[in-house]
Write a protein that binds this ligand. Structure first.
Ligand code: FES
Length: 184
């Protein structure tokens, strides 16, 4: 080996040398590398275990059930927009003289929840200003189409059953389909 390439020997200052020799916790380089190896292995095991836990308990988005009972027709007054299911199911129940329809409270622009403004007789989306008539038809703002209506039928116990998995779209002529409107 070329003597010129030999690493210079480290020499501690004399005042530290005695201290280092006496100090029992002094860690030499080899032991230090050993510890690093163990730390690496234990760290990898910990990360692997966390990954396994994540696999066993995946993040799941819990959505409200798609079907829900909306009470008895007699619970509603004629000519009202009922907002009691907006927070839980994002649905308005509209009571007309002849019957009911269930209107989606999901804006057809980007999915915000419009508000029912009884004084102005319209739904107004707070996000970008889309407006919808009581029927669900859009008339202002960027919303490209009317709100959806959902299937609404009478269940065996006489309560109304709203099924959000079945939507009816006005632009496809579906609002006239039987379950899009509940006659009473
Ligand atoms: S999300 Fe309703 S107007 Fe944009």
């Amino acid at each position: 080996m070329n003597p010129r390439l030999k690493a210079p020997e480290m020499k501690l200052p004399a005042e530290y040398e005695a201290e280092v020799l006496e100090n029992p916790v002094f860690i030499d380089r080899r032991r230090f590398m050993n510890y690093c190896g163990w730390v690496g292995i234990l760290g990898s095991l910990a990360v692997g275990s966390l990954g396994m836990l994540r696999f066993m308990f995946p993040r799941v988005l819990f959505e409200p059930p798609t079907a829900f009972k909306a009470g008895f027709p007699s619970d509603y007054s004629v000519a009202t927009v009922d907002t009691r299911f907006v927070n839980s199911h994002r649905v308005w129940i509209i009571r007309e003289e002849k019957g009911f329809y269930a209107l989606s409270a999901i804006c057809t622009h980007l999915g915000c929840t419009p508000k029912w403004l009884a004084n102005e007789n319209k739904f107004k989306c707070p996000c970008h200003g889309s407006g919808f008539r009581r029927s669900g038809i859009n008339f202002e703002g960027p919303a490209p189409r009317p709100l959806d209506r959902y299937k609404i039928v009478l269940s065996e116990d006489g309560q109304m059953l709203v099924e959000r998995a079945k939507a009816f779209r006005h632009e496809k002529g579906e609002w006239t389909k039987p379950d899009a409107y509940l006659f009473v």
